[in-house]
Design a protein around this ligand. Structure first.
Ligand SMILES: Cc1ncc(COP(=O)(O)O)c(C=O)c1O
Length: 371
């Protein structure tokens, strides 16, 4: 039984349903910003209960612009977590700043007990990541940020719909970013991103900056870039947003089945602790596994498309050589890079596939126990 990592062909097998709205878009000729993007932005802002949503080309672009909107400038430092997708750190560098990493905890989230000691007079923002669609301890992060007067930019790229005690990821910081990359919970037919904020001034800056700084066709108020959401993606995103709750519930159900099925195997493979008040959206279903590389190969040989996010931490990547970090600086993150595994748990995985995955994992550890 093949258990696929990607579900996009299944998710969009009803693509004809998108055509009426796409036809309207094509006949309107509104191909840059315009009413389709505006309607999507309003709908997303209403979903999160925030004042402003601003569509962008990518989640990475959303992060770069968010950092600029809170005042990150060349020479600043921005604190983020060591175990994340490269785009979190890349966005900080693209905004002209220096990424300062903090180790993660056993939930694969930023270790808030190590956050404060990373703050320096140059810290211009804290950028916690809702890694894998799960949330870090935002209350502690906000408390530290407020005490130091430092703005928070949430990298909520993988976490549309995640929440802590009913409060959505992306509604804690001053300006926050989401991705609509195809493998994110709210996804489109290519790239897309969204920035959200309740701050009118930041929103005004972002709308100008994302559109070349244009006040109107003939007046340029500030230097800017082209970071506009494509109207086609706004149409797709809007339709996916209509179904987001079902989609998240299916992921939660699958993650619970996996958690349940892995019980009894804790000595070999274990999902993280899941605080009750956190709603995870399982962009990735992560677990810590002994003999991870062997397990990965075993699963792949049995047509289960498991993956590793990620085997090399950012601070040990060649790109990060100028930052001056070395092996040993973030021991939890480095250990997890050797132990972590991602199992397919998306909304199109069936109960039968989950049972199959669990039996293969059991077989691996029980039959292939090293003597
Ligand atoms: C944590 C995190 N930050 C940023 C990004 C960047 O988003 P995008 O691929 O839309 O640029 C992603 C996903 O790709 C991500 O997982």
């Amino acid at each position: 039984m093949n258990v696929k990592y990607s579900y996009l062909d299944q998710q969009f097998s009803d693509f004809e349903a998108y055509l009426p709205e796409l036809r309207k878009l094509v006949s309107s000729g509104e191909f840059t910003l315009g009413p389709f993007v505006e309607a999507f932005e309003k709908k997303f802002a209403a979903y999160l209960g925030v004042k402003h949503a601003i569509g962008t080309n990518t989640g990475t672009g959303a992060l770069i612009l968010s950092l600029k909107a809170v005042g990150v400038r060349p020479g600043s430092e921005v604190i983020t977590v060591a175990n994340t997708f490269i785009a979190s750190a890349g966005a900080i560098v693209a905004a002209g700043a220096r990424p300062v990493f903090v180790d993660c905890d056993e939930r694969y989230q930023i270790d808030v007990s190590k956050l404060e000691s990373a703050i320096t007079p140059n810290t211009a923002a804290l950028m916690p990541v809702h890694w894998a669609g799960c949330s870090p301890q935002m209350d502690k992060i906000l408390e530290i940020a407020n005490r130091h007067g430092i703005p928070v930019v949430e990298d909520a790229c993988p976490a549309v719909g995640a929440s802590i005690s009913g409060r959505y990821a992306g509604t804690f910081g001053k300006v926050n970013a989401f991705s609509m990359h195809p493998l994110k919970p709210l996804n489109v037919w290519g790239d897309g991103g969204i920035i959200v904020t309740n701050d009118d001034e930041a929103a005004e800056f972002l709308r100008l900056y994302q559109n070349h700084g244009l006040l109107d066709r003939n007046h340029v108020e500030i230097w800017g870039v082209n970071e506009r959401l494509q109207p086609v993606q706004a149409v797709v995103g809007s339709r996916v947003l209509d179904t987001i709750e079902d989609l998240i519930q299916a992921r939660i159900r699958n993650a619970r089945l996996l958690d349940e099925g892995l019980k009894g195997l804790e000595e070999y493979i274990r999902p993280p602790h899941r605080p009750e008040n956190n709603r995870e959206v399982y962009q990735l279903y992560l677990a810590t596994a002994t003999r991870r590389d062997e397990l990965l190969q075993y699963l792949i040989s049995r047509e289960i498309e498991a993956k590793v996010h990620y085997p090399i931490p950012i601070h040990l990547q060649n790109a990060a050589r100028d930052l001056g970090y070395k092996r040993g600086d973030f021991p939890v993150c480095e250990r997890q890079a050797d132990e972590i595994i991602t199992l397919p748990a998306h909304q199109h995985i069936t109960e039968e596939q989950i049972a199959h995955m669990i039996s293969i994992i059991r077989e691996f550890y029980m039959v292939n126990v090293p003597s």
